[in-house]
Design a protein around this ligand. Structure first.
Ligand code: C5P
Length: 221
């Protein structure tokens, strides 16, 4: 069995919506409901904890907790509310900002955690753009980074519970600097693997992402 933590406490300022991003209406429902559907459909997920912005209600059948100042603080708050379980029980962390999650992606992440024996498994898609690193504020190009080994990281990220607990016990400022939780496990010397996931599992950050996500979800229904 597994526990799922859905982080939904961000303000989503780059989206420019009135309220918190996870509650913006998307194809007729608040954005976080799409991820919840996918998580609820996976038999192995026995409990879902949602990190929420101030004043928001926990969705039906979930445990709600107040989110923290930064994303990893919200993950830590959600894990603390998940209740006891064994050190090896998988914990899935998913961003409510990725509403195109499917049960198949969740199952593949859990299965890869099992088969690789890694501390964490991260859903990711091969990078399709050519990536250049710039040297300065004038945008002078320093190098073109070989693309073949580059992957764009998504959520869900599946962790062995003990590995996630250990890295989240670090000081607030260490967590604040992390853009995902798997990088904390990497820094601590843990073994992290990727599992291939479709590019459609996109992150809603700006208004154009919201339009794209709405089109894809409407197509699915
Ligand atoms: O802001 P960004 O899109 O990078 O956030 C990724 C995810 O983390 C979103 O689902 C957001 O709601 C969540 N988050 C959070 N608590 C924060 C910041 C972000 O739960 N303090």
């Amino acid at each position: 069995m597994a526990v799922a933590l859905l982080v939904a406490a961000g303000r989503g300022e780059r989206l420019g919506a009135d309220g918190p991003k996870a509650f913006v209406m998307l194809a007729g429902r608040p954005m976080l409901e799409w991820s919840l559907d996918a998580l609820r459909a996976v038999e192995q997920v026995r409990r879902i904890v949602v990190a929420l912005p101030a004043g928001a209600q926990a969705p039906a059948g979930t445990i709600g907790v107040a989110g923290g100042a930064e994303r990893s603080h919200s993950v830590r708050a959600a894990l603390a509310a998940a209740g006891e379980s064994g050190p090896d029980e998988p914990v899935l962390v998913h961003d409510a900002a990725r509403p195109l999650l499917t049960p198949a992606i969740v199952r593949a992440s859990l299965e890869a955690l099992e088969t690789t024996g890694a501390d964490a498994v991260v859903a990711a898609a091969p990078v399709v753009d050519t990536i250049k690193r710039v040297a300065d504020a004038e945008l002078r190009v320093a190098e073109t980074v070989p693309r073949s080994a580059l992957w764009a990281v998504q959520t869900p990220q599946a962790f062995r519970r003990a590995a996630l607990e250990r890295v989240l016990a670090q000081p607030d400022e260490v967590l604040a600097a992390a853009t995902d939780d798997a990088s904390l496990v990497e820094q601590a010397g843990g073994r992290v693997h990727l599992v291939e996931s479709p590019r459609e599992n996109l992150k809603v950050t700006t208004p154009v992402d919201l339009r794209l996500a709405a089109l894809l979800l409407e197509e699915r229904c």
